[in-house]
Design a protein around this ligand. Structure first.
Ligand SMILES: Cc1cc2nc3c(=O)[nH]c(=O)nc-3n(C[C@H](O)[C@H](O)[C@H](O)COP(=O)(O)OP(=O)(O)OC[C@H]3O[C@@H](n4cnc5c(N)ncnc54)[C@H](O)[C@@H]3O)c2cc1C
Length: 392
């Protein structure tokens, strides 16, 4: 039998809905991001300009924001929802406001997340909702909750408010049958997030996958955590929902471990992260009757591996418990080609006020910077398509 392989380098499909001028615009941006010096200067200048009130929001909005975000409001994301929907790609509305600190802000964010669930309801083009616990909770309290220290009265009250916001969102989602992801964050607050996510799954995942926790396979302990979560779900009689990612905060994790003098929770090298990621995919496939999972990755090999394992195991491409997922503006080759081939695909479409999306944009900028002098994965694909269209 010949080996099953998708052509994930087919840039004609990947960029089919980009006009020549949109593609050139994308090229200019990714070319700038690819240069570490330009990237750093651009990001520092943007942060400084915003902090001293210079009117640069418009400029950011029409450049980097436009590439990686759907708009500033749910309504502004309609174009993205439509465009992705035309290619059979689902949208995940991601209200990506970070760094807020007051209870009023947290309540506002919770209400906005509920609005994304309302928007998703009855629209098959929006298969999931998502939230970050740090968007609805103070960092310090999450850290104390994760440290398993006894909380004083004030922290206890904050902790109860966090818990009730998480529950409000999950309960609302469950009542509408709308699956929701809980993103994974820094390891020193993740215990609190995991505990709440597990409790929500116990409550709302009976016979259906509503709540999905996120597992960062760059952490040395997460394969075991995945196995343990599955056993717990099996014992508790609920479906385990998981989004598998490699992890976005590696540098920060390593720096903190050195600073505080503990062993870094992150794998020593990329190969170990990749091995655990692929192993996690295999584990979820093996337990597909009790685990619903999403492969949140731009890694071609992992995506190819998942597709070919599904093929060899005779699993339907559109099995409701398996989704591929990428971020808006990235991994379009995977999203568009997998969707064209009949797989379930969805993309995070971040949105929110430009100034609040800066931390998210910085992570995307860093991800697309070349550290080794090589051309980034995205830039390489854009260049290939420009050449194919005879535009370069
Ligand atoms: C749909 C979606 C949802 C996401 N949700 C989250 C989330 O909730 N929480 C979160 O943290 N991230 C999240 N991410 C980001 C994700 O964790 C990765 O940062 C990003 O996708 C890049 O990894 P990759 O799998 O695409 O592939 P690759 O580009 O192949 O891998 C890059 C990743 O490998 C790891 N890595 C790189 N170098 C090393 C090294 N030297 N040693 C060890 N590991 C290394 C890092 O995790 C790095 O991000 C999400 C991504 C997607 C697509």
């Amino acid at each position: 039998m010949s080996e099953f392989k998708l052509d994930l380098q087919d840039t004609a499909t990947a960029f089919a809905d980009k006009s020549d001028s949109e593609l050139k615009e994308k090229y200019r941006l990714f070319k700038m991001l690819n240069s570490p010096a330009l990237n750093a200067i651009g990001m520092r200048a943007a942060k400084l300009a915003l902090s001293i009130g210079l009117p640069v929001e418009g400029l950011i909005k029409t450049t980097i924001f436009e590439q990686f975000c759907g708009g500033e409001t749910i309504e502004e994301c309609e174009t993205a929802i439509q465009k992705l929907g035309n290619a059979n790609i689902g949208t995940i509305l991601d209200y990506s406001v970070e760094g807020k600190a007051t209870e009023t802000d947290f309540d506002f964010t919770k209400d906005e997340i509920i609005r994304t669930i309302d928007r998703a309801k009855n629209d098959p083009r929006i298969p999931f909702a998502v939230f970050k616990v740090t968007g609805i909770a103070p960092l310090g309290t999450l850290e104390r909750m994760s440290g398993k220290k006894k909380l004083d009265g004030k922290s206890q009250a904050k902790c109860e408010r966090i818990h009730s916001r998480v529950n409000d969102i999950c309960e609302y989602a469950a009542k509408r049958g709308q699956p929701v992801f809980i993103d994974a964050e820094d390891s020193w607050i993740q215990d609190a997030i995991d505990r709440m996510a597990t409790e929500m799954m116990e409550k709302y995942n009976k016979g259906q996958a509503i709540v999905y926790n996120t597992i960062q396979l760059y952490r040395k302990d997460r394969l075991n955590f995945l196995r343990e979560s599955r056993r717990q779900a099996n014992k508790g009689g609920y479906i385990l929902g998981v989004k598998l990612v490699r992890g976005a905060y590696m540098e920060k994790e390593r720096e903190r471990a050195i600073e505080k003098g503990y062993e870094s929770p992150i794998h020593e090298d990329k190969t170990s992260t990749d091995e655990d990621y692929n192993e996690a995919i295999g584990y979820c496939l093996k337990h597909l009757d009790e685990v619903a999972f999403v492969a949140g990755t731009h890694n071609e090999h992992s995506s190819q591996l998942l597709a070919s394992r599904m093929h060899s195991l005779g699993i339907a491409k559109n099995h409701p418990y398996i989704y591929f997922s990428q971020l808006y503006g990235m991994g379009d080759n995977l999203s568009y080609i997998l969707a064209k081939n009949g797989y379930n695909v969805s993309k995070y479409v971040p949105y929110g006020p430009v100034s609040d999306a800066i931390p998210y944009l910085i992570r995307r900028a860093q991800e697309n910077t070349s550290v080794t002098g090589q051309v980034s994965r995205e830039l390489e694909l854009i260049q290939k398509e420009l050449k194919r269209r005879k535009l370069s």
